[in-house]
Ligand binder design. Sequence first.
Ligand code: NAP
Length: 354
Amino acid sequence: MANSSSSRVSADMKNLQRNRINGLRQVVRVMAMKKKVFLTRTLHAFALEHLKKKYQVEVHSGKIPIPQTKLKDKIKEVDGLICFPYDKINKETIEFAENLKVISTYSVGFDHIDTEFSRRKKIRVGYTPEVLTEATANMAFSLLLDISRRVTEGDRIIRDGKWKEIYGAFDYVGVDLKDKTIGILGLGRIGEMLARRAKAFDMKITYHSRRRVSKTKEKILKATYVSFEELISQSDFISVHVPHTQETDKMFDMDVFRKMKSSAYLINTSRGKVIDEEDLIRALKKKTISGAGLDVFEIEPIKKNHPLIKLPNVVLAPHIGSSTEETRKKMAEIAVKNLDLGINGRKPVYSVGY
Ligand code: NAP
């Protein structure tokens, strides 16, 4: 009797063990069937949860940006990649891809991705325009207001205990915006949104891009099309909203700064490489131009001893154009949607090329 009950127990144990092993095998099989996704940096919990339901997800948690060797290793094995604007997704890296179907970048700029080579390898590229337009235009206008009224400079003066004089006729004077000319380089999504803000401040709006926008849009925005030469020589404020491409690389150099008004301010929220930073530093030091508001730099983050930090006539922001809670969530939603579509052989919601 005792024997038969103990053999029943051991049979039950064996069954239990077998079921467990089968269960584990099933999990392993499902995992093996699940496509692999790699993120070079973490995203919001809702985005990760969504991804984890469908894919085997790995998030890089070490050094930012991810070392290129690790990126190459991961690209070799995954089906989908979510990356950020500082990741170098160049030809040499993409060449490692064996199963990669989609590169989904958490940004509207895609100058960090070799999109031409991706297309040749039939890897789709998704990006996140539109949702960040207002936030970035607000950032550009914040920099413009700040530099024109010396807000950050005043903050520094107070914090450094250097506020000596009070309310003099010539103390810490800035400039008005009303009737000043703003030259918008690149009247695309963000440029247009900036024009609307400038219009509300009664500024004269001029713009330059390779193509003119429609007459209706020009009328609504009260924007006048000018040549690049006219834009740089006539503007009191220039705000840069072109993507970084071969054509726009170092578009602003000493030649351009010399043609600008010495009272003019330069605002850049596009990409650092559109400006020759060394020349800009020289122009600011020599007062060839009055000042600059910068959210982007040639190499980011800039170092503690970067020459721009020592200049009083610049306002610096750490590449936070799109950085509002609402916008960053929307960007995560789109980055995930783009990945979802691309990994399944479909065109991302916002797709570069195809
Ligand atoms: P967009 O809608 O594509 O607008 C780009 C504009 O630039 C278009 O009007 C385009 O017009 C013009 N353009 C392109 N190449 C040009 C050239 N060689 N000369 C003159 N104009 C040129 O892009 P967006 O959404 O406004 O974004 C603009 C850029 O802002 C992005 O590429 C990104 O680098 C940057 N950005 C930065 C942040 C941040 O956090 N700081 C956030 C978002 C975006 P044509 O094609 O007619 O020339």
